[in-house]
Design a binder for this molecule. Sequence first.
Ligand SMILES: [Zn+2]
Length: 200
Amino acid sequence: MAYTHVAVPVTIVRDLPPEELRFHWKSGRLCLDFLATVGERWRRSFERLLTGEDLARWMVETGMVQSAPAVSGSQLAAARVLREAINRLARPGLEPEPDDRDIVNGWAARAPVAPQLTAEGKLAWVGARPVEAMFAAIARDAVDLLTGPLAARIRECSAPDCALLFVDASRPGRRRWCSTEACGNRTRTKAYRRRRKERA
Ligand SMILES: [Zn+2]
């Protein structure tokens, strides 16, 4: 059973501990990992992209940008707009707003970062305007996901205290957790303790 949360508006919270600002890479998709730059969408919905440097750091962590690009205030604002549009389009149970498709389509029509073969036979990603090229890559990934066979496999983590989205690529299609090690075990342990308490 999917645990669907209502949309909580994203808020800026100051002085968050560093562990709350860490990015998550559990979904298996670029566009869904981007949505996880908001923390605790089930409760507080706090912003992890507080500055342009945060967005640059996220882009470097994707492995698709070699060095941290300079990110302007308007680029940061555009990133948040694109992210929330994808969130409403992808999250089971949410209704998109009228402009959401245009926002995603607009970025998807731009040139994304391109994979290139280096002299050492390695993969390098290049883009003349790396920030916009990353928005294009994220938007294209969202279009690809939402129109492909995995669209019906987008799930919200079943843990009541987690709202990460992931793609269930398992054959039976019964994956429940963003991560079994984290959310699966934590939720099972809590349920076990609750049952023991009830019996005692
Ligand atoms: Zn989870």
